[in-house]
Design a protein around this ligand. Sequence first.
Ligand code: NAP
Length: 306
Amino acid sequence: MAIRIAVVGIGKIARDQHLPAIAGSGDFILAATVSRSGADVGVPGFADLVGLAASGVAVDAVALCGPPVGRHVLAAEALRHGWHVLLEKPPGATISELAVLPAQAAAAGRTLFATWHSRFAAGVAPAAAWLAGRQLRRVAVTWQEDIRRWHPGQDWLLAPGGLGVFDPGINALSILTAILPGPLAMREARLLVPADRQGPIAASVAMAAGAALVTLDLDFRITGDQIWSIVVETDSGTLRLDAGGERLAIDGAGQAVAAAAEYPALYARFAELIAAGASEFDVRPLQLVGDAFLIGSRQVVPAFTW
Ligand code: NAP
């Protein structure tokens, strides 16, 4: 039987990816939405989870697609209602608030899935396989995009808890933590914060992966070519991921990978976890962002307007 799912927070990512992925999935059926602004997508809609729970509309799972602040409260509430929970990335706004969720999901016998959509990009699994057993020499991440083009009007991104440029940057960290053979340690960060905002609009970060230097160049102000690339130099060749992990090259030669299907693959994984009675909850990318905020120097840059 299809898993009846409610999507909570009908914004850009819900409309662009979650609703189409659910519509195309044989595993899920959209049962309801929860929208504070009353978005109507043709299924029963509710203002909050309490209203959904009281409605009698049968739901097995929820996908939490709003901003990170408040996500953990919704997740805890959804688990109390006995629903499986899919968390958009990042799984929450702080690391400490997340500590309680896995035990709560286990006690409820429900699946908790902290998703990292970029890990489902087509080049990521083959990149991890190629890197296994190789010695890292140097890793360089460039994640440069235009905030006005991809996140129009999303003031929450540059507000406390919104992560600023680490909102896309955490996708690179989710890939690195999946493909690099060992752990990452934060060393230095420089955060550029607009005078009228709280979150960084650009950042440069240095980390260590064993003896190898890992650098991140994150910038939300780039209006030309949009770059989401990771270059990994090893003792036996150089790997390059482009387009956020969708394209893979080894020593300059493009590799054949599957067609792009991040969100369909993500929902297939959610169904697999539910069927297995398992959870998947990896907070390492958010820990690294937390570390960058802990150690980062801050430089004020001109105010940001949309
Ligand atoms: P968005 O367009 O701003 O939508 C977020 C939605 O959440 C809003 O439309 C609103 O929907 C609901 N919401 C609840 N509380 C809110 C609040 N305090 N402020 C603003 N909205 C609130 O954001 P988004 O781009 O969809 O991003 C949502 C999450 O998805 C983020 O964690 C982001 O990192 C992740 N994500 C985004 C992208 C992308 O390309 N945009 C890609 C992958 C992942 P209702 O009015 O219906 O409640």
